[in-house]
Design a protein around this ligand. Structure first.
Ligand code: FMN
Length: 319
C-alpha cells in the first residue's frame, strides 16, 4: 500500500500515544512487526520555534523508517514551518492532529476543537502540503460529539486539499477515551474518499485488528492501548493478516528481553533521571502477567539504576 510516495508492507501500524510512542518504544514495535510507527503529538508552535524539548520528541533515525511525525496547531504559517522541521528531522510522513481532546488544546482552538470546522482543517492541510515534499496525513475523530459526525466531510475536504491518507479514531472528541468506539464511522469515511483510510479504537487483541479491517473496509489499522506492554500484538496481527500460523503469547524470557531492550533504550534516550521516573509505569505494563506482580510493582519503585532493574527482571521473569 502507498501513502503518497511512501510504501508500507502491510496494514498493521502503531497509533501515536503521548508519553508512550517515543523513539525506543517505536523501535520495539517496528522490530515486532508494525509496518508504520508514529511519534506522539508535538505542539506545532514549539516545533516551528525549534524548541529543544520539541526537537527531542521529534528524534528519529533511518532504522525506524517509514515513520510518521505528528504536530498540532491552528495557524497555517506556523504549521507549515513546523512541518518543514518534521521533514528535516527525517520523518517519512507528517501527520496533522485534529483529534486530541485535552482541554488545553481545545481551549486554544487546536486538536479536536477543529473537528467542528472541517474547512479550517482543509486550509491547514493545504498550507502544509504546499510547504513539504513528504506526504501529509491527518488524524481525526468521528466528530466533535455524538450528534455531529464531521469525519466523512473532513476527510473529503482534506483529500481535495492534498492529504495522502486519513486516520480516524472511532470516537468523538467529547468521548475522549471513554466508552466504546463506533467502527462504522471508519467505514463511512472509507466510502467518502479514495486516499487510504486508517482507523483506531478498541483494538486489544490481534484478532480485533483483523476484525477491524474486515468490518470497516479500512486500508490499515492503528493499534493504541492494545500494544502497551504487549508489542507482540503486531507480530500476531501481521501473522493473522498474512494467513500464517497463530503466533503464541511470548514466553516470560522474551517478555524480559524486550522489556530490558526498551528500558535500556529509555536510559539512553532520556538519561538516568527521567528514565528512572518513567520506569515503574513502563515496566508494569510488561509485568502484569506475573503471578507476583504486586511485589514487582512495589520493588520497581525502589530501583536506582539500569543494573538494579536488570537484577529485578532476572528475579521475577526468569525463574
Ligand atoms: C495515552 C494516550 C495518548 C495518546 N496520544 C495521542 C497523540 O499524541 N496523538 C494522536 O493522534 N492520538 C493519540 N492518542 C489516540 C491513539 O492514537 C488512538 O487513536 C486511540 O488510543 C485508539 O483507541 P484505543 O486505545 O482504544 O485502541 C492517544 C491515546 C492514548 C491512550
Amino acid at each position: 500500500m502507498r501513502i503518497g510516495s511512501v510504501s508500507i508492507t502491510h496494514p498493521i501500524t502503531l497509533a501515536p500515544m503521548e508519553e508512550h510512542t517515543n523513539y525506543p518504544f517505536r523501535i520495539v514495535c517496528k522490530q515486532l512487526g508494525a509496518s508504520l510507527v508514529c511519534g506522539e503529538r508535538v505542539d506545532g508552535s514549539d516545533v516551528a520555534k525549534r524548541d529543544r524539548r520539541a526537537l527531542k520528541l521529534l528524534h528519529t533515525t533511518s532504522t525506524e523508517k517509514p515513520v510518521v511525525g505528528q504536530i498540532s496547531g491552528h495557524d497555517p504559517h506556523v504549521m507549515a514551518e513546523a512541518a518543514r522541521v518534521v521533514a528535516h528531522q527525517g520523518f517519512s510522513i507528517v501527520d496533522l492532529n485534529f483529534e486530541c481532546p485535552i482541554r488545553r488544546l481545545i481551549g486554544r482552538g487546536e486538536g479536536g476543537a477543529l473537528m467542528a470546522n472541517p474547512p479550517v482543517i482543509a486550509k491547514l492541510v493545504a498550507a502544509v502540503v504546499a510547504a513539504v515534499d513528504i506526504p501529509v496525513t491527518l488524524k481525526i475523530r468521528s466528530g466533535p460529539d455524538s450528534e455531529h459526525e464531521t469525519a466523512p466531510e473532513t476527510a473529503r475536504l482534506a483529500e481535495l486539499a492534498g492529504a495522502s491518507a486519513v486516520d480516524v479514531h472511532a470516537r468523538s472528541v467529547a468521548q475522549s477515551y471513554v466508552g466504546g468506539p463506533d467502527w462504522t464511522v471508519v467505514a463511512r469515511v472509507k466510502q467518502s474518499v479514495k486516499i487510504p483510510v486508517f482507523g483506531s479504537g478498541g483494538v486489544r487483541e490481534a484478532t480485533d485488528a483483523i476484525r477491524f479491517l474486515k468490518e470497516t473496509g479500512a486500508d490499515g489499522v492503528a493499534i493504541g492501548r492494545g500494544c502497551l506492554g504487549n508489542p507482540w500484538i503486531f507480530q500476531q496481527a501481521r501473522a493473522l493478516y498474512q494467513g500464517g500460523a497463530v503466533v503464541a503469547a511470548p514466553h516470560p524470557y522474551e517478555r524480559a528481553r524486550v522489556l530490558l531492550q526498551l528500558a535500556e533504550g529509555e536510559f539512553d534516550f532520556y538519561g538516568n533521571h527521567l528514565a528512572l521516573k518513567r520506569l515503574p509505569r513502563v515496566a508494569c505494563y510488561f509485568a502484569k502477567f506475573l503471578p507476583d506482580f504486586a511485589s514487582f510493582r512495589n520493588e520497581v519503585q525502589k530501583v536506582n539504576s539500569f543494573q538494579e532493574f536488570k537484577r529485578l527482571i532476572r528475579q521475577h521473569f526468569v525463574q
